[in-house]
Design a protein around this ligand. Sequence first.
Ligand code: KPL
Length: 316
Amino acid sequence: MRIAVLGVGSIGGVVLGALSDSQIDLLAVARGQTAKNLSDIGLILHTPEGSIEMIPSERFIIVDSETPLSESIQSSCDVALICGKAASTPVLAQLAEEMLTSDGLAISLQNGLGNSEILANRIGRDRVLGGSITHGAWGDGDGSVYWVGRGAIRMGGLDGGPASGIASELFAALSDAQLEPIWSEDVQQIVWRKLLLNVAINPVCAIAGVRNGAILEVPELWEQSLAAMSEAVSVARGLGVNLGEVELEDHLRKVVEATSENRCSMLQDVMAGRLTEIDSLCGAVVERGEILGIPTPANQALHAMVKGIEKSSEFA
Ligand code: KPL
């Protein structure tokens, strides 16, 4: 089996590193300094248990996403695991299309709404899986990835149904790599439940410049997080998404407690001078709320402020 990991940031690094200890043929698709670090020093993965794994560059084929694909890579991959930031999805979808075999699958493990749909438009709905990941990670930008908390990978077909064929093989590979895959027949629920956590935690922590745990320590921040989440819940319900039985405020509290020492991905982006995923998080909620006639003032305000932070640092 050949798997390409597209986007080797912190989450892509965890997935690539965890899969390295297998017989699977691996491709690491990255650009710029990340591609250079991978080929110069390989991948250094710090595991949640404290061990440090040095994965040499020979373990994977490194593909620079900014150069044309070599013929030996075109149409050669069974799975494209999309781990890049939401803004890069159109580019990564095109690369995935070129890399995949005619029945190969693409799966999005990204934050935000709309990623699987972009992949489906390019590759075909029956060859795309949706997903979400709750493993915690951060990267230092110099080739080291810190896997700070074990979580799970939830995944499923866009139209439901059980796993079969390449999807079953992928599931087994993720399971052997201890990435804890969980198959779901309701991919909308997976993606929206992750989005609820992201709109509640990411912009508030990125604007305030605090680790996740601060949301529970500062009542005013908790209020903002809850407001953003409850608007997103209304929009999801308006769209007919089944969010399941979980008590959502309680779930948010537990995730914040479990990740209290983490800097969320949006704060990491702001600190590193990268564009954030605010458009596919709060922006996507506002956009869908407008169509449904559901007010989303908290998401609108958070969206505007994060856009302001991006602008003030001239990230764009
Ligand atoms: O997914 C996350 C992120 O940082 O993007 C959360 C759940 C907020 C954990 O930090």
